[in-house]
Design a protein. Structure first.
Lengths: 80, 377
């Protein structure tokens, strides 16, 4: 993991609607390029969907960890 | 005297104010409690009706009531929008210059659409999130006889079911005009299914296919080229349109940004207590929270119920009495039938097949809403 200026945390545990990926899309509009984000999700599908979307749009998926029932998805915003 | 100040006269603020007034009637009459509502408008606006205005099934005047007429007589209502939130002093300052002190503050200022975030969208896209835009869309639809309609969705937006509802209602609209073969509807959505709620998406995709509605997922609007009539996505694709209908991205109210209370007007809110982070006596209700939850009328309603219980508990017993559990209830119009999604933080929705009964109940609720606003339903 790189040195972090400020990591934004999205606590989307128990979020069914709009859901972790849509919350992430909103946050990525708000933060500067090179900032990192950690998404917390209790939705297993997010662990698959978020990295897939990051790749499509050109942001960097750093890693995913599962701690108990929660997935922690780490990423970096790479472009405006 | 305990001063409760509610900023915002929309669904959440109004339901909360009336609930408190009913339960704290004696305290209000004796002067022990004062409930003040500060709003930017003398009218109450039923926003879910705009969907029906766009397809000609309701008229705009049906969506408004005089706000004062909906409020219990003990509520002090003023059309005097707040311009400054002086939270350290436990005060708000109104446009008139009046300073209002509070013991408990509830911020229920709602959200607004923001078309300008996508180049070309305001100029070339239609929507139905305001009275003017819904009426304009209605005019456009009446003149539209053939071609491709594209529904495109920005995030975040209020009314999470609106993308599906407008799509199904458009299909029904053109079917009723005998134009199903001439008008194609193409739906796009930001994530890799047709709705944020997985079970709703599982229900909706076959319903679209049944109706000949095409769809593209992983489509986040990037720009609209009104000359070539294409909308381009962050994901690198583009879709041609003859009529573009947007569910636009939203922001919280400008006054909150001006007061540096949250990015884009979304207030940092505790998801169970609904307190503004770092402020024990300030609560947030409805669209303007930053809680990862649907921005929907029912969310505001259920949050208002929780806040009413807790404010009464604080005033009478010095303690809150319950937590907001994330409850949301959304109708989903599907043409001549409808279904609904009900969920909370722990329980996902399990929508049933749409029925005519639910559709008629939704139409009835469009009229019954005014009882909810008055705290009676």
């Amino acid at each position: 993991m790189s040195n972090i200026r400020e990591r934004r945390i999205i606590d989307a545990r128990g979020s069914f609607c709009p859901g972790p990926l849509m919350e992430l899309i909103v946050v990525l509009k708000e933060i500067p390029v090179e900032d990192e984000v950690e998404v917390l999700s209790t939705d297993q599908g997010s662990a698959r969907d978020i990295p897939e979307w990051l790749k499509k749009v050109g942001h960097l998926h750093l890693k995913t960890e599962q701690i108990n029932e929660v997935w922690h998805i780490f990423l970096k915003k790479m472009k405006p | 005297m305990t001063n409760i100040v509610i900023v915002g006269g929309g669904m959440g603020g109004t339901i909360l104010a009336n609930n408190l007034a009913r339960r704290l009637k004696e305290e209000c009459r004796s002067g022990a409690v004062k409930i003040t509502m500060l709003s930017a408008s003398p009218r109450h606006f039923y926003q879910p009706g705009l969907l029906y205005v766009a397809v000609g099934k309701m008229t705009a005047p049906e969506l408004y009531r005089d706000q004062a007429s909906l409020l219990d007589s003990v509520i002090q209502f003023r059309v005097d929008p707040v311009v400054t939130f002086a939270l350290k002093e436990q005060q708000v300052v109104c446009q008139s210059g009046q300073v209002v002190s509070y013991d408990y503050l509830v911020i229920a200022t709602g959200s607004r659409m923001h078309m300008d975030g996508i180049p070309g969208l305001a100029e070339y896209g239609e929507t139905f999130y305001t009275e003017a835009s819904a009426l304009q869309l209605y005019q456009r639809l009446q003149q539209f006889n053939s071609g491709k309609i594209v529904v495109a969705v920005g995030v975040p937006h209020k009314c999470p079911m609106a993308p599906l509802e407008i799509t199904f209602m458009l299909h029904e609209y053109f079917k009723n005009r005998g134009l199903s073969d001439c008008v194609k509807i193409h739906y796009t959505y930001p994530i890799n299914r047709v709705h944020g709620l997985e079970n709703v998406a599982k229900w909706a995709a076959p319903e679209m296919e049944k109706r000949g509605i095409t769809y593209e997922t992983f489509f986040n609007m990037k720009e609209v080229d009104g000359v070539k009539k294409v909308v381009r996505s962050e994901e690198g694709s583009e879709v041609a349109y003859d009529l573009l209908i947007a569910i636009p991205a939203h922001k919280g109210m400008q006054v909150l940004e001006d007061n540096k209370l949250g990015t884009n007007g979304w207030l940092p809110t505790n998801r169970t207590t609904l307190q503004l982070e770092g402020h024990e006596r300030v609560f947030v209700c409805g669209d303007t929270t930053n809680i990862p939850i649907s921005k929907a009328g029912s969310t505001a309603h259920f949050q208002a119920d929780t806040l009413a219980d807790n404010l009464v508990g604080l005033i009478r017993h010095g303690t809150t009495v319950r937590e907001y559990d994330g409850k949301v209830f959304c109708f989903i119009e599907a043409g001549k039938e409808a279904t609904y999604a009900m969920f909370d933080y722990k329980n996902p929705p399990e929508p049933r097949p749409p029925t005519r009964a639910i559709h008629w109940f939704k139409l009835a609720y469009n009229k019954l809403y005014w009882l909810s606003a008055r705290g009676l339903l």
